[in-house]
Write a protein that binds this ligand. Structure first.
Ligand SMILES: Nc1ncnc2c1ncn2[C@@H]1O[C@H](COP(=O)(O)OP(=O)(O)O)[C@@H](O)[C@H]1O
Ligand SMILES: [Mg+2]
Length: 237
């Protein structure tokens, strides 16, 4: 199987006052194409920091990262096909959707920018894929439930058919019943359109339900590699 993500000796520091804070140290991992790979660990252990580097949202890192065989370059934006291939879904869909744009615009703009011929049809299809009716297009984010907002955020991430979807605690802002619906939606979407997922969560149950493999992080480092059995075991503790 080919490699979707290869990370070697990734280290990330932040400037704090006059000093440096080491948020991620010497993280190495690889994710096979088609896998759902979990990053788990307590709040503050560096999960989001790893994901932001992988998404190109933070380019100040050292080490090596490659995505589908293309190396990312520290200090440089990700461009072209690799840019389109990597999409991210954030924890809080309320802050990740533009509050004053209707959903038709949030979903329609990326389609238009990328040359879609029929933007309205594209928006309807995108909504349908995540189980939302076409009527949602006319609404603003505040007129949707939390679960509906996260469905829109997922629809937006999938518009350009990415090969790698980075999911940062995608359900932790949602009610438990809605959480399960969103996780099942993600699994259904992955079954319908082959993708690789990297899923961040502090919840062992979520990781065990979703992931093929993963790593446990602790204070910026990988504490343990987790296979399926280890993931299941983690969830029962
Ligand atoms: N921009 C930043 N500046 C300074 N410290 C940061 C910044 N972003 C994250 N951190 C710190 O890095 C550590 C890891 O953060 P994060 O990756 O968000 O953790 P997690 O997602 O696992 O909860 C935390 O101690 C956090 O406070
Ligand atoms: Mg986080």
């Amino acid at each position: 199987m080919s490699v979707a993500v290869a990370i070697e000796n990734l280290s990330i520091d932040f400037r704090v006052g006059s000093g440096r804070f080491s948020a991620v140290r010497d993280v190495s991992l690889s994710v096979a194409d088609g896998e759902t790979f979990g990053l788990i660990g307590p709040s503050g252990c560096g999960k989001t920091t790893v994901l932001r580097a992988l998404a190109g949202l933070n380019t100040r890192w050292s080490g090596a990262i490659s995505v589908f065989g293309t190396p990312l370059t520290a200090g440089q934006k990700i461009t072209g096909e690799t840019r389109r291939n990597i999409q991210m879904v954030f924890q809080d869909p309320y802050s990740s959707l533009h509050p004053r744009h209707r959903i038709s615009r949030t979903l329609g703009e990326p389609l238009a920018v990328n040359g879609a011929e029929n933007v309205d049809a594209g928006v309807r299809l995108a909504l349908d894929q995540v189980g939302l009716s076409a009527a949602i297009a006319g609404r603003y984010p505040h007129q949707l439930s939390g679960g509906q907002r996260q469905r829109v955020a997922i629809a937006r991430a999938l518009l350009l058919k990415p090969k790698l979807l980075l999911l940062d605690e995608p359900t932790s802002a949602l009610d438990v019943t809605v959480q399960a619906e969103i996780l099942n939606l993600l699994n259904d979407l992955k079954a319908a359109h082959p993708m690789t997922f990297v899923l961040v969560s502090h919840d062992p149950g979520v990781i065990a339900h979703m992931c093929d493999r993963g790593v446990l992080m602790h204070r910026g480092e990988i504490a343990k590699a987790l296979d399926r059995a280890a993931l299941a075991e983690l969830a029962t503790r």
